[in-house]
Write a protein that binds this ligand. Sequence first.
Ligand code: HAM
Length: 424
Amino acid sequence: MSFNIPRGTQDILPGESERWQYVEQIARDTCAAFQYKEIRTPIFEHTELFARGVGESTDIVQKEMYTFEDKKGRSITLRPEGTASTVRSYVENKLFAQPAQPTKLYYIGPMFRYERPQTGRYRQFYQFGIEAIGSKDPAIDAEVISLAMSVYEKAGLSNLKLVINSLGDKESRADYREALVKHFEPRIDEFCHDCQTRLHQNPLRILDCKKDRDHELMATAPSIQDYLNDESRTYFEKVKQYLTDIGVEYVVDPNLVRGLDYYNHTAFEIMSNAEGFGAITTLAGGGRYDGLVEGIGGPESPGIGFAMSIERFLSAIDAEGIDLPLQDGIDLYIAALGDDAKDYAVSLLNRLRKEGISSEMDYTGKKLKGQFKAADRLKAKFIAVLGEDELAQHIVNVKDTTTGEQIEVKLDELIQMMKAHKKA
Ligand code: HAM
């Protein structure tokens, strides 16, 4: 019997996991600079949270959730995204009552969606996301967008395209919805089944339909920009002004509607323009969600955030041919010959490691040649050869693999020597 990994999931193996850690560290460092703090919420929540939070009419809730009953018959769902859980926690833990507002949070972790897997689309994928809750200042919209761009730029990406739109406030959206229904209703039977259901549930999502995107009514559909009321228009103008002030380039796309129901005002996506990136070019998406906190039972607290997939981030890095400056190689390999030398090496290695010297030895009974090969594979900066003779004289032969130089070092001075090298 053999076991295979479930469809749409991946093993991240050593060699690859270092790249993950590298970009996750960029995300963490950027959050520290922008003053966003980490939140860790459960991988599963009560299903109702996502139905309410993400929205009943969304593809996520209708088709893509991993939902099951626990042993007590409660409906549980593996989180498909991080915003609903973050907002649940914000309300449950009364983070709104803390003195520092807005509450600025970030998360990194796996999300689950039962989608058709393809390059860049997985059933388990990792999101890095942030949420700023408790402020309706266009400057925070610009901050959130700028943080996302900074993360990509720090990793060296340059073929990026930021697309923004305003979905307006409730009033603007109500007017726009009505206009869309009027536009599509007379010919809705020419559209797919999903769009027919969307017509009255959430007509904005029709604009996002992949099946019907070439229908002539798509091109002539009314634009949200024509339905923004004064307040929404002013808000959007201010967001754009701040983006310009801080040097973030953007393109306005009035057809950008996001796939989740909680958005209003600012919505944005970041795409990769890199050649060969693949069919799915969206790296990150986010927007403002005034009303979501109240929808989940909290006080009025407007919010905005985004999430990016780590998988797509790394693919974009590959597509741009960027070599990440990963830490490579260990400090020292101890090649031991003979039983006594090996026994001594075990405790010496332990002391070295406690001093923070990355070091390794052989545990598979290799001869000296094999141990040298292993040291080479590990890209050891130094190799210490310890045989019975050296042990008797309390010395070790240390080879600098960069220069080829060999020196004799007293056994009780090896740790000091390695520490000095590490500092230099
Ligand atoms: P979303 O657009 O559904 O938004 O997902 C955000 C990002 O997650 C996408 O741009 C993509 O990078 C990644 N993503 C989504 N689905 C998959 C998948 N199946 N495989 C790989 N990557 C995927 C949200 O999730 C919102 N919670 C974002 C947000 C935060 N809005 C406000 N705050």
